[in-house]
Ligand binder design. Structure first.
Ligand code: NAD
Ligand code: GLY
Length: 364
């Protein structure tokens, strides 16, 4: 049972704890799924890019169950109510009961929408994450944030709802386009910047191999990223405090995504440029040195990510869109900034003029 090369981490959340399995060939292991499926029905949710690659083989692996498959249109632009409704339509049409298990097969868009559907269908059914992008393997599949976008703001409608297991099959990355690999590296770099300077150094040394998807390096990067995420989520599941540091660069990045139209800039690309803006503001406030800002910017650039906001995006666009960020409390925007590399803080106590200058200097 299990692969000799499989590694397991645990997300420690009391009776909502669950394992993260990481390894090669895991999607083919029926017993791994069986451990976490309670009833006789499963519903695989995927998109029309991933379906031709992995759906049929997963259906076969799960052939002991009554399997329904839902193939949604691909992409961030479809992370909305209308697409979500298609999941509920299929569940009801196929008479799925409260013991059904939803399986999210795909990237973060599929994972977030499937998790949200699981949180709401018949007031909550089980779900399993099978992330197939680097970004979803290191970030979105872990921690239970689920939801959809609203035209006025990213991920504005959703729920905290934990999966029963996360099954990361590193083989799925072989079909991932290079642009998506870079997007995943943005979230990996984030962990180094907010929590682990030694990991950032390791990323700097190994960036070429990571971009080429060297199996040993990528597996190590997934392990270290998931370990940091699991630790932060266990400390603060519902983001009352420390979990907010996982959003380094995201307030700027979400504004970029909404401004450009969901799907135009990849989430990871927007986070890349957004982290450079967060580094810039951290330096303006005297929190980090010029050397550290440049170090962060260099590793983001080396990952193949944008380090500038989109051409034509004005400071006023950022201000308008950042005002609906989920970190706004009592009308005050809180930002994740760096005290130093490896040490992040969420704060509303920053000089608004420094933020204004940061936004104005981002204009091009
Ligand atoms: P995505 O789900 O859009 O996937 C990216 C692209 O890769 C899609 O075109 C998809 O069809 C394709 N794809 C997926 N797996 C593939 C494979 N193995 N081979 C070839 N193509 C494949 O995007 P993403 O980058 O995975 O996730 C981004 C989303 O995740 C955003 O909506 C973001 O808000 C969300 N997110 C959520 C959290 C969270 O904590 N819940 C954290 C970070 C990001
Ligand atoms: N990606 C941010 C979080 O999970 O909290």
């Amino acid at each position: 049972m299990g692969s000799a090369l499989m590694q397991v981490l645990n997300v420690d959340l009391g009776d909502r704890s669950y394992p993260i399995y990481i390894g090669s060939g895991l999607m083919a292991q029926a017993e791994m799924f069986a451990r976490h499926i309670g009833g006789r029905q499963v519903c695989i949710v995927t998109d029309d890019t991933v379906a031709p690659l992995y759906l049929e083989s997963l259906q076969q692996v799960l052939s002991d169950y009554k399997v329904t498959s839902v193939v949604l249109p691909t992409g961030e632009a479809y992370k909305n109510w209308a697409t979500l409704q298609q999941i509920f339509d299929a569940l009801l049409a196929e008479r799925h009961d409260r013991r059904t298990t939803l399986i999210a097969l795909g990237g973060g868009v599929i994972g977030d929408m499937t998790g949200f559907a699981a949180s709401a269908y018949q007031r909550g059914v089980d779900f399993i994450q099978v992330p197939t992008t680097l970004l979803s393997q290191v970030d979105s599949s872990v921690g239970g944030k689920t939801g959809i976008n609203h035209p006025a703001g990213k991920n504005m409608i959703g729920a905290f709802y934990q999966p029963k297991a996360v099954i990361i099959d590193t083989d799925s990355l072989k079909t991932l386009p290079g642009r998506e690999v870079s997007a995943g590296l943005a979230e990996i770099i984030k962990y180094g910047l907010i929590r682990d300077e030694a990991f950032l150094g390791w990323l700097e040394r190994n960036m070429v191999g990571l971009r080429q998807l060297d199996t040993t390096l990528v597996t190590e990067a997934i392990m270290r990223s998931c370990a940091i995420k699991a630790e932060v989520v266990a400390a603060d599941e519902r983001e009352g405090g420390v979990r907010a540091i996982l959003n380094l660069g995201h307030t700027f990045g979400h504004a970029i995504e909404a401004h450009q139209g969901y799907g135009s800039w990849l989430h990871g690309e927007a986070v890349g440029a957004g982290m450079v803006m967060a580094l810039d503001l951290s330096e303006r406030l005297g929190w980090i040195s010029d050397v550290d800002r440049k170090r962060g910017e260099s590793v983001i650039a080396a990952a193949g990510l944008p380090v500038r906001a989109p051409a034509g995006m004005r400071a006023s666009d950022f201000e308008r869109l950042m005002a609906v960020d989920k970190k706004v409390l009592d009308g005050q925007l809180r930002l994740v900034l760096l005290r130093r590399i490896g040490d992040a803080e969420v704060t509303a106590d920053y000089d608004v003029l420094a933020l204004r200058e940061c936004l104005q200097d981002s204009e091009q």
